[in-house]
Design a protein around this ligand. Structure first.
Ligand SMILES: Cc1cc2nc3c(=O)[nH]c(=O)nc-3n(C[C@H](O)[C@H](O)[C@H](O)COP(=O)(O)OP(=O)(O)OC[C@H]3O[C@@H](n4cnc5c(N)ncnc54)[C@H](O)[C@@H]3O)c2cc1C
Length: 264
């Protein structure tokens, strides 16, 4: 069967034309790999809708179009807190193509940016205008339709957000696991803690047991040790070619501790 590429003027037009047999093309780093391997055929839909490439900062959040690439994030001063995350996605050739929208749908071992967006408490806005918290989006992503933008809260303090990716191959390897933490402070105490892991389940997931340990307290080495001990409670990491579930459980707390120590 041949591949038929359809270009649409807007994301809304692409959404209406998608049907159950169409595949949307973002930057194509994953879709075109499947096409080239002969694993994906049929209708492929794309759009050059300029709205998808916009980054709109406001006082306490930044709205990022789904077609914004990792390279565009790296060029945007208002997204400086996401630079270490965007830099961790593939090599330079991947980063000029790989989009925010595609990352939201990328399955393990990919999706590093999505881990950061989950920790920051982003909201995902679909082509029809519906908005949902990113954890709801991740639970339903097979049936959410096309994504237009993500609204990403800005961390209030310079050390309020941190990200760490663990890979065997440096600097471009895929994640054995990744972890991001958002620790807003109120009068010296942590309020609204969010910690997210990649590669610890079928989609990026929050480490809610570790969050509960930190919530409402001042960040200290002792508290960090207790949060690290709870890192994988309630999580069910996979075994794959990169690492076993046992290994991921063993090292997740170590990496969470190192990440949180950077935020002291
Ligand atoms: C060599 C290589 C290295 C990589 N390394 C990493 C890495 O280190 N970390 C990482 O996270 N990823 C990595 N990736 C995976 C990938 O490049 C990224 O996850 C990227 O962000 C995917 O975006 P894309 O625009 O290329 O997606 P595409 O290939 O265009 O699409 C991927 C999926 O998302 C869907 N999609 C895309 N945009 C939208 C939208 N707006 N609305 C709804 N659905 C949409 C597509 O239909 C498709 O199902 C790598 C890929 C390659 C080839």
């Amino acid at each position: 069967m041949a591949v038929l590429v359809e270009s649409h003027a807007t994301l809304g037009d692409a959404q209406r034309a998608l049907g159950s047999d169409g595949t949307y093309l973002g930057g194509g780093t994953l879709v075109m790999r499947e096409v080239n391997a002969g694993a994906l055929q049929g209708r492929i839909l794309r759009t050059s809708d300029p709205a998808l490439r916009q980054i709109r900062p406001s006082l306490d959040s930044v709205e990022i179009g789904a077609g914004v690439t990792m390279a565009m994030i790296l060029a945007e001063r208002d997204l400086a807190h996401l630079h270490p995350v965007a830099r961790a996605v593939g090599g330079p050739q991947v980063r000029v193509m790989a989009t925010v929208g595609g990352n939201l749908f990328a399955v393990h071992p990919y999706g590093d940016l999505t881990v950061a967006l989950l920790a920051l408490g982003a909201r995902v806005v679909s082509a029809g205008g519906a908005q949902r918290p990113i954890e709801d989006f991740l639970r339903e992503r097979d049936r959410t339709g096309l994504v237009a933008t993500v609204q990403v809260p800005r961390p209030r303090e310079p050390r309020g957000f941190a990200f760490l990716k663990v890979s065997r191959v440096k600097p471009k390897g895929v994640s054995v696991l990744s972890v991001a933490a958002h620790l807003p402070r109120d009068g010296g105490r942590l309020r609204g803690v969010r910690i997210a892991f990649g590669a610890m389940g079928p989609t990026p997931l929050r480490a809610q047991a570790a969050e509960r340990v930190l919530e409402g307290s001042a960040l200290t080495p002792d508290l960090i040790a207790r949060a690290a001990a709870a890192a994988t409670d309630g999580l069910d990491p996979p075994t794959d070619a990169l690492a076993s579930a046992w290994y991921r459980r063993e090292v997740a707390g170590v990496h969470l501790r190192r990440l949180l120590e950077r935020m002291l």
